[in-house]
Design a protein around this ligand. Structure first.
Ligand code: PGA
Length: 242
């Protein structure tokens, strides 16, 4: 059976509302024949207008982050319920940029994951090792630790994992399909031990249209999380059509 890949775009802090509208006016007509599951995470400010723009299309819109709190005096935060109401279907959690620049810890991510599930958002939990950790032969240990810290014992039905080695994000260095497959297989085995089943595992880190096909051929790579290459509507549409 041919797999239906998940092609997810992370726009990071790029695109205003007007720029997002321009993106969809080019992107949506191009992906009509796509059988992929297409996900896009714009910045919060464009979340609602993007969700409106994709209505009637198969594209799902999501948030790049949510608060660990339900509501309250937390200036600058956006709750899971607010993101959901604005049109988010999923949320990226624990992206390495958030772990690095905003000091997100496993304990915090466990709370965010709980909030996401309670609001009906599908969490996409990002994990991955740094270059130093890989060189020291600690990749699997680090990834397992990140999974264990963030995943509590609550029932996890709708969960997606994104394996994104930090050294591959925005650097042009992609893990080889074999390297990614090996890690994905290990992640799947670890999730099984934790009774998490049927969890799609995405690969992320400098994925472009020319590296996508080889990655998707691997048994345990269910899709990709794309940063830079998701910003261009023609390039990203080409990936969704592969
Ligand atoms: P990149 O980013 O594709 O630009 O490497 C991936 C990500 O950060 O999700």
């Amino acid at each position: 059976m041919k797999k239906i890949p998940i092609i997810a775009g992370n726009w990071k802090m790029y695109k205003t509302i007007a720029e997002a509208k321009d993106f969809f006016s080019i992107f949506l007509p191009l992906i009509k024949e796509s059988s992929a599951k297409i996900l896009i995470a714009p910045p919060f400010t464009a979340l609602f207008s993007c969700a409106e723009a994709v209505k009637g299309s198969p594209v799902l819109i999501g948030a790049q982050n949510i608060s660990a709190y339900k509501e309250g005096a937390y200036t600058g935060e956006v709750s899971a319920r607010m993101a959901k109401e604005a049109g988010a279907a999923f949320v990226l959690l624990g992206h390495s940029e958030r772990r690095l620049h905003f000091h997100e810890t496993g304990a915090l991510l466990q709370k965010k994951l709980h909030e996401a599930l309670a609001a009906g958002l599908i969490p996409i939990l990002c994990v991955g090792e740094t270059a130093e950790e890989r060189e020291a032969g600690r990749s699997l240990e680090i990834v397992k630790k990140q999974l264990d810290e963030a995943l509590s014992s609550e029932e996890l039905k709708d969960l997606i994992i994104a394996y994104e080695p930090v050294w591959a994000i925005g650097t042009g260095k992609t893990a080889t399909p074999q390297m990614a497959q090996e890690m994905h297989q290990n992640i799947r085995a670890h999730l099984r031990e934790k009774m998490v089943k049927n969890c799609p595992i995405l690969y992320g880190g400098s994925v472009k249209s020319d590296t996508l096909a080889a990655l998707l051929k691997e048994d345990d790579i269910d899709g990709v999380l794309v940063g830079g290459a998701s910003l261009d509507p023609k390039h990203f549409a080409a990936m969704a059509l592969l």
